[in-house]
Design a protein around this ligand. Structure first.
Ligand SMILES: C[S@@+](CC[C@H](N)C(=O)[O-])C[C@H]1O[C@@H](n2cnc3c(N)ncnc32)[C@H](O)[C@@H]1O
Length: 189
């Protein structure tokens, strides 16, 4: 079914180089900083689950954002990112790693006190800070492929084969735990 709002946003789409989704108060210079709240530094107030009124982007970046929207909305948004990116464009996502959360927060055999702590820590990871859905690499990669991306590459914090995507992450990161990195960062093209 055609969504008239999304169709209208495509008609008015503006060409752009770099989009920063769910920017919050982190305004990246040289990027169009987008959020659904008018924080200082936000260039466009847009609910990105309703479509992206842009086209021909080279890069799209989102840090600690995708976990704040529902899984179904995220799948639609990933396809929308693919549509907005020109061929060869890159989407970089940085999000808490469910594998790290699980490994670092939870044990089935603990002392009773620690079992209570683990229970609260796990629920906070899923529901705290407005989180809607936590991702692991397999699930995020599958969703990106479903959205039409052909190549999904895991990246280190702050690092990229693309100069424009280096040094963008700003959130603090915790130590790896049992081989799992705290933050899951991927680039899809
Ligand atoms: C945890 S904050 C991250 C902000 C910033 N990226 C950072 O790393 O500090 C998540 C941001 O996503 C924004 N957000 C949530 N749902 C959104 C939506 N549907 N469309 C646009 N922005 C949204 C929130 O307003 C918030 O600023």
């Amino acid at each position: 079914m055609i969504d008239p709002l999304r169709l209208a946003s495509r008609i008015e789409a503006e060409p752009t180089e770099r989009l920063h989704l769910g920017s919050g108060s982190v305004a990246l210079p040289g990027w169009i900083n987008i959020d659904n709240q008018p924080y200082p530094g936000v260039d466009r107030v847009v609910d990105v689950t309703q479509g992206l009124p842009f086209r021909d982007a080279r890069f799209i970046f989102a840090e600690h954002f995708i976990e704040h929207i529902r899984y179904e909305d995220a799948r639609v948004l990933l396809a929308e990112c693919r549509r907005v990116l020109r061929d060869g464009g890159v989407l970089r996502l940085s999000t808490p790693n469910l594998d790290w959360v699980w490994a670092s927060h939870y044990r089935t055999v603990l002392t009773p006190d620690l079992e209570v702590l683990a229970c609260f820590a796990m629920n906070r990871a899923f529901r705290g800070w407005g989180h809607q859905f936590l991702w692991n690499l397999a699930t995020l990669s599958a969703a990106l492929h479903d959205a039409g991306f052909k190549r999904v590459v895991r990246c280190e914090y702050g690092q990229s084969e693309h100069a424009e995507l280096r040094g963008l992450e700003q959130h603090e990161t915790n130590e790896d735990y049992e081989g799992h990195s705290h933050i899951l960062i991927v680039e899809a093209s």
